[in-house]
Ligand binder design. Structure first.
Ligand code: ACO
Length: 429
């Protein structure tokens, strides 16, 4: 197979190398293109641009494949826990029992949040969106947890990873409790990661919260399905901000901001809002499908479509199973599930959606899972953020360790005015 490509510019031929990944995908290496030819490439939205080589996550959008470090996400969602999957993403291999215990102990040791940080939470307006609060708090972590001079860089980095994984979960529950005017519940050392989160969210001194193993399993699967997704918008933000060599907390905070948007992680909240609007409109999905197809209407079917998947998102398929299982086990009926299924049935048979390769994505059923757990709507994207942390951390780590590491600084094609002279204000108009 051809390992280089020839490019003709102004009658001269240049040879550009082709890189081949371990799964056979091919990429033209254009890093020397401008130096050789004076040309740059233009790719708005980076739909066709690889920004790095990575050995963390493999996805194939045409075949609906997603693997973390080689392991199919279906197998991880079925058999692993979120903490074990986080270890896998960050360290590259599944942990031995001893390694997993050590990792869990570290997460437990770093699960408390600095008491002074609570003041911050309390001073945000009650109606502030938790994603805005979370990104600010994660950025503020550098002030509360400065680097310690007696630690090696590796020790410091590992502690920062544990802090993020553990404290972001505590902070998420804390912000929910404070927003409700409830007392903060501290993490318990006897509870595992997901159960601990549920307890911090829902424990009440007057009605102890019973941790349901089915809910714990569903939460582990939910987080595993969100744990990484190669160079998505928020991960690209983490890598880009991190490339300026700012500290890890600032880079992760940037990822949280990018995730917040409704075209990315904010879609899980937007899906429930859309399904609720359909319900309020009598449950007929047809007008919503028609609006999504109308070029003059900005409305889109939330939870549908993906930049990379041009077939069914494999995570959506698993999420639907998790959704059925949790509703069944909890003996709950959610009318929004019926609406979602009806919407999917109508949309995937519609030529507009077929022609545009639009299928349900991970967010389509995830909101119904979160509702069944009792998670409030404005916390949905925070739940995604907790899940995506191992991905952001492992991608940040990979970029830091990359010998080819460079400041991310794209080029542009300037299409503005040519040079003109300054006109004093009285001479304008
Ligand atoms: N509903 C209706 N039409 C859609 C939708 C949708 N959900 N998604 C894309 N399209 C159409 C666009 O109107 C456009 O049509 P045209 O070519 O006829 O003008 C075409 O499909 C391509 O759309 P783009 O926005 O260029 O495609 P892109 O790859 O950038 O879109 C995205 C990906 C942003 C996810 C898009 O599908 C979308 O907005 N979906 C809804 C929001 C959503 O669910 N986001 C979550 C994504 S998963 C995640 O981040 C975890």
């Amino acid at each position: 197979m051809e390992q280089s490509i020839k490019l003709m510019v102004d009658g001269k031929t240049y040879e550009l190398p082709i890189l081949v990944g371990t799964e056979g995908e091919r990429a033209i290496d254009i890093s020397q293109l401008r130096q050789m030819t004076g040309l740059i490439t233009l790719d708005p939205g980076f739909a066709n641009t690889g920004s790095c080589k990575s050995s963390i996550t493999f996805m194939n959008g045409e075949r609906g494949i997603l693997r973390y470090r080689g392991y199919p996400v279906e197998e991880l969602a079925e058999h692993s826990t979120f903490v074990e999957t986080a270890y896998l993403l960050i360290n590259g291999e599944l942990p031995t029992r001893k390694e997993l215990t050590r990792f869990s102990v570290m997460l437990n040791d770093h699960s408390l949040v600095h008491e002074d940080m609570r003041e911050f939470f309390q001073n945000f307006p009650r109606r502030a969106h938790p994603m805005g609060i979370l990104s600010s708090m994660v950025n503020a972590m550098r002030a509360f947890y400065p680097e310690l001079p007696d630690r090696t860089e590796e020790e410091e980095t590992n502690v920062s990873f544990a802090r993020l994984l553990s404290k972001v979960r505590t902070m998420a529950a804390m912000s929910y409790r404070i927003s409700r005017g409830h007392t903060v519940v501290y993490p318990r050392p006897d509870l595992l990661y997901a159960a601990n989160f549920l307890n911090m969210m829902f424990y009440s001194p007057v009605r102890p919260y019973e941790i349901d193993p089915d809910v714990v399993n569903a939460l582990n699967a939910f987080w595993i399905l969100h744990a990484d997704h190669e160079q998505n918008s928020s991960t690209a933000a983490v890598r880009l901000v991190g490339s300026s060599r700012v500290h890890l907390y600032a880079a992760i905070s940037a990822g949280i901001c990018a995730l917040w948007g409704p075209l990315h992680g904010g879609a899980n909240q937007a899906v429930i809002e859309m399904l609720t609007a359909i319900q309020a409109n009598g449950g007929d999905v047809a007008p919503f499908v028609a609006r999504a197809k109308d070029k003059n209407d900005p409305f889109r079917l939330m939870g549908f479509g993906h930049r990379v998947y041009k077939t069914y998102d494999p995570r959506a398929r698993i999420m639907k199973k998790v959704c059925d299982r949790v509703l069944n086990n909890l003996k709950r009926h959610d009318p929004l599930l019926n609406i979602a299924m009806k919407l999917e049935e109508v949309a995937i048979k519609d030529s507009y959606f077929i022609d545009h390769h639009l299928y349900p994505n991970v967010d389509f059923y995830s909101g119904i899972v979160l509702r069944a757990m009792g998670i409030p709507l404005n916390m949905f994207t925070v739940m995604f953020a907790i899940g995506r942390l191992p991905g952001w951390i492992s991608q940040w780590k990979e970029s830091i360790d990359d010998p080819e590491r460079k400041l991310h600084r794209p080029r542009q094609v300037y299409v503005g005015k040519n040079k003109r002279n300054y006109v004093p204000i009285d001479g304008r108009g």
